[in-house]
Design a protein. Structure first.
Length: 279
């Protein structure tokens, strides 16, 4: 598998790169960023995957996430994929920011016309990891995953479905219950069909209710987040894990919103959380 280098920049002794490749999962070119910290020539480094939210590309966290210093100090490779397939031939709803490009929901769509390209679950869990393992000094036995909003949903559901692959998972303001959230139900129906039972494999609360397990989660949420009540509601996940062996550290922060000002404030905490568990 080959990749095209879009750009590279030196940062904190490591290299921040942006790359492009032809994806067989989505049938499109996909762009992603990777930060590789300074390391010994023969070292294999743990990997953290960061999944972004609605309307975002790889660039949002790459430019605003403020993760590079911590990754350099902790020795973490940081991978930031795109949130959906892109291209003129890719289905989209131009006036709906909660659907289509920038809103891939980290699932494999089954409905026409979305199924042709919107295979983001397979892309994130199969194709891109194989590419990272081939092209970078990554120790794929030490992987963590986290994300923001829609990306928090993606990280948590992927971890719950792949507990043997990931050693750590955290989230900023995640959509924990897409079956009830106001900004995901329309997209889920269009991507997956009207049978809500098929939605459950992409819903963190439903996965836990159906028996999925992961050791522990760290979740940070701003109390001033305008999406808190109807779109996020982390207390639903808190309720879902009661009576299970799943650990949850849920931190609610006064006056913080849904923006990258919030994310960047707690980014170092999350990276340290992952580093402690990745060894």
């Amino acid at each position: 598998m080959g990749i095209e280098t879009v750009s590279t920049n030196r940062a904190f002794g490591g290299v921040q790169g942006v790359y492009r490749h032809a994806s067989s999962a989505t049938g499109t070119d996909m762009t992603f960023s990777v930060y590789v910290p300074p390391h010994e020539p023969d070292a294999r480094l743990p990997v953290v995957w960061y999944l972004s939210g609605l309307t975002c590309t790889h660039a949002n966290v790459t430019e605003k996430g403020e993760y590079r210093r911590a990754c350099a100090e902790l020795g973490l490779i940081f991978v930031a994929p795109d949130t959906s397939p892109r291209g003129n031939d890719v289905a989209d709803e131009l006036t709906n920011w909660k659907m289509g490009k920038g809103a891939g929901m980290y699932l494999n769509a089954t409905e026409t016309p979305w199924a042709e390209h919107y295979q983001m679950y397979s892309y994130i869990t199969e194709e891109l990891p194989a590419l990272i393992a081939e092209q970078f000094r990554a120790d794929m036995t030490r992987q963590g995953i986290f994300g923001h909003s829609m990306g928090g949903h993606g990280a948590m559901t992927i971890a719950l479905k792949n507990p043997d692959r990931f050693k750590s998972c955290s989230a900023f303001a995640p959509i924990v219950n897409p079956l009830t959230a106001d900004w995901t139900q329309d997209a889920f129906e269009k991507y997956l069909g009207a049978d809500r039972a098929k939605w459950r494999e992409y819903d963190a609360c439903a996965l836990v209710e159906d028996g999925a397990r992961f050791p522990e989660f760290l979740v940070d949420q701003g109390k001033a987040d305008s999406f808190l009540e109807t779109g996020l509601a982390p207390w639903k996940f808190e309720e879902a894990v009661k009576g299970t062996n799943i650990g949850l550290t849920l931190r609610m922060h006064e006056r913080y919103d849904h923006s990258y000002y919030f994310i960047s404030t707690f980014m170092e905490d999350h990276l340290k959380w992952h580093a402690e568990r990745l060894g």
